[in-house]
Every structure is written in structure tokens, then in C-alpha cells.
Design a protein around this ligand. Sequence first.
Ligand code: NAD
Length: 478
Amino acid sequence: MTISFDSDFTMTIGGQGVAGASSFDVLNPATEQPIAKAPDCSREQLDQAVASARKAFPGWAATPFAERQKLVTAMAGVLFANAEPLKRLLTAEQGKTLEAAGADVMGGGFWLQQTATLTLPETVNEDSETRRSITRHVPLGVVGAIAPWNFPVLLACFKLGPALLAGNTVVLKPSPFTPLTTLKVGELLRGVLPPGVLNVVSGGDALGPWMTSHPGIDKISFTGSTQTGRKVMASASDSLKRVTLELGGNDAAIVLPDVDVNKVAQELFWAAFGNSGQICIATKRMYVHKDVYEPLKTALVDYARSVKVGDGAQQGTQLGPIQNRPQYQRVVSLIQDAKDKGYSFLMGGLPDEQKGYFVPITILDNPPEDSRIVQEEQFGPVLPLLKFDDVDEAVARANASDYGLGASVWSGDAEKALAIGQRLQAGTVWINETQHLSPLAPFAGHKQSGAGAENGLEGLLEYTATQTITVKKPAAVA
Ligand code: NAD
């Protein structure tokens, strides 16, 4: 497949390509130039997408589980086979490097493939002379899947795999900042899934709220900011839609004095700065023991100076721009605040006037704990390095947050680190690594980082309703 930016990007509704009622520009964040137009879904078109999903639901829910497993696996094959053109498109609209865009697409395929190996349990509660009682898990109906712009394909696949496998039909909405690759994926999958099983719509700010309040949608699976997550939950409550929320984070890393500084410095850099910091589970606060603070600071800054920031499409680029202007402005305002308050910068600072949403790699030297850069999710290439004296203090500071998505502990002694990790209030805790997720392991945000879980059996069950069936046995009939 070749993808031309002049070609039409269409929505997928009832298995057909559908142009928007109008359209909007999608920009390349490295150049701020429009690269293509995306369809702007009208309310009537959303109604059509939901109606087609509802129409397809009984047939899809009745499709044998093994057949659904086969089709979800086939979806993975489509992503693998088209990874090359899809990654180029993704880099153009998202900004990340070609390598990272390839990992986003291939990762999406891997997620679908692995999710398709899961099965839904059936539990026998009672099998006596008088009664047989079993509990099973049935699909919910139509799932509205809402994705963010940082990992457009991978995070959509977090939802598509389990939702479809469990027997639901889906209306998927990408972020208006990165709709193109997702629209193409929808187009490619038209030949794989029965019409109406997967619908893909794109649009502006009104479309998400139309989905969360739509009476024909039974569940919302949302990945995005905590602020928007609150609105999603409020809106979904009208019709008591089920919700899964994967929200923001302010992940702490705790670095103990027994680490091999030169060994961990690079890994810690990528923990914080991968995808230009635009990862929900990026390390956003780094607590370093005072005994290794100075050497780690030097090693981190030395390595950071060697990393090339630029247009993700250019060879040699290791980090791309911030994905969109509002996010760029948020990150700049945090740097400005740190400057205004007189905090010490080890490197970086405010960006130069230039085309593209580029922010230099910025590291702050021990800013106050109550500063905005420590307390807020920066979601950009800006990291506060923070010094601690004793572990209890580091744990207390790490836990003093409304967020609870991920956390990590770094030590030469994994057992010691594990004991500390178990005290951290986060849905995922890593020891001597970060950001490793698996399609087979639940991923859940504690506190205001989410509600429910994605991935693994727990994630699959979120797309089902629990049903207990009891059968009275003839022997019990008087
Ligand atoms: P966002 O909340 O602005 O938008 C996410 C999606 O919601 C987009 O598709 C957007 O169009 C849609 N949306 C916006 N307003 C809506 C509304 N009122 N109702 C329904 N939908 C609405 O988030 P973003 O800026 O795209 O993504 C960055 C945020 O996402 C960060 O906070 C990051 O930590 C978080 N995130 C979380 C995870 C996770 O798994 N926990 C993963 C990636 C990103």
C-alpha cells in the first residue's frame, strides 16, 4: 500500500468509506504545515456509525469465540503487513521518529495478536443434585473507544482487541490532532471484519462529548487526560454507561545510592524523555539519593547533550517535537514558571522562536517539592531531578500525588527495591526498568490516574457484563 496525503481520508461507517460533513486540517508538528484534511463527523454521521454498530452487534456477539479470535489475529496481520506506509503517515502527523512510529504500529499489531490468545472464563459456582449454577461473561453492546494523540495506533489497539474479542462492536475516535493513521487502519480493516463491527469516526471537540452522551453507546473506553476523564465519567453517568478510564500520571522514580550510575543514567534518561516525555507512564519526577545525586546528574546531562532532537522523519533524529500547539504551550508555561521562580536549570529552558513545536531537553536541579514542575504532569521533555536523604521520605514524596499510574525503584539490590516498590501507590511498579507493559498483564491507574484496567484478563472482562445462570435439576422437582 502507498499512502498519498492527497488521497481522501475517509471514516469507516457500516463497512463503507464515508467523507465527513466537512473537514479539518491535520498539521505536521515538526513544520506546522497542513499535511492532509480529515473528515469532520457530523452528529448525524455519528448516529449512523452507532446505528451500524448496533445492527452488527447481534451477529458479532453470536460469532463463535474462536472465529472472533481468528479475526482479531487477522487484524494484527493487516497492521504488520502495512507497517511501513502507516509508520510514515504516523510520523508526519504525530512527530515521533520513524522508528518510534514503527513501534507504535507493530506494537498495535502485537497487542491484537496477543489479546486474541485470551479466553473468557466460565465459572461453575454449584453443581449439586438440585442445581447447576455457572457464571459467564457476555458482551456489553456498542463500545465507544476514545484515543489520545501520543500513541494513536497502539492505544487504540489496547481497546479494539479486547472489545471485539469479547463480542462487542466498536465506534473508534482518534484525537483530532492525529486522526490520519487511525482512519487508514479503519480503511484497511474494512476487508477483515463484517460491516459495522468496527466504525472509525474523526472530528473536532464536539465529537467526544456526543459519544459519551450517546444513548446508543453502552460503554466508553477512554484514554486521555485526567481533566477530560472527569468529564467523560460525568457525561457517561446519565445512561450509566460502563467506563474504563486510562488517565494521566506523574510517575516517580526512586534511585537508591547503590545503583551503578553509569549503567542506569541512559535508561533513566529514556524513562523520562522517550517520545519527548509524552508518555503517560514516563518518569516525571526523579528522586535521587543524595550520595549519588551529583554523579547521576552529571551522567544524565552528559548523555542528554548527545541526544538529537528534530523532525522525526529525518535520519538520526532521536526525539521529535511536542505533538500539538496547546500541549507545547502547556510545557512552555511550566518552563516559564520555573524560570520566573528562579529554579536552577542543568540544561535546556525556553524554546527558540522557530517553526515546529520543538522544546529543548530540559533538566531542573532540585526544584522545590511544591513547584508546578514537580506537582503537575508536564507531558513534555522537562524533568525535575530531586534529592532525597532517606527512603521513607522518598516514598512519602512519591505517594503525595493525586496521580497513581506508574512508579519505579532503581537499586543494585532488587529485593530491597521490591520491598520499597510495594509501598508505592501506583497501578504499575517497575524495579530497575520502566514502561514495560504486556497485553497479558493488567494495566490500571490508581487514584485519579484512572478507573478500571486495560490488558490481560481483567482488561478483557471490562468489556463484558457478568451473567450467572442457574438451572434447577429435575431431581429437585417435587
Ligand atoms: P485529552 O484528554 O485532551 O484527549 C483524549 C481524547 O479525548 C481525544 O480523542 C479528545 O478528542 C477526546 N476528548 C476531549 N474532550 C473530550 C470530552 N469532553 N469528552 C470526550 N472525549 C473528549 O488527552 P490528550 O491530550 O490527547 O492525551 C494526553 C493525556 O493522556 C495525558 O494526560 C496522558 O498522561 C494521558 N494518557 C494516559 C494513558 C494511560 O493509559 N493512562 C495513555 C496515554 C495518554
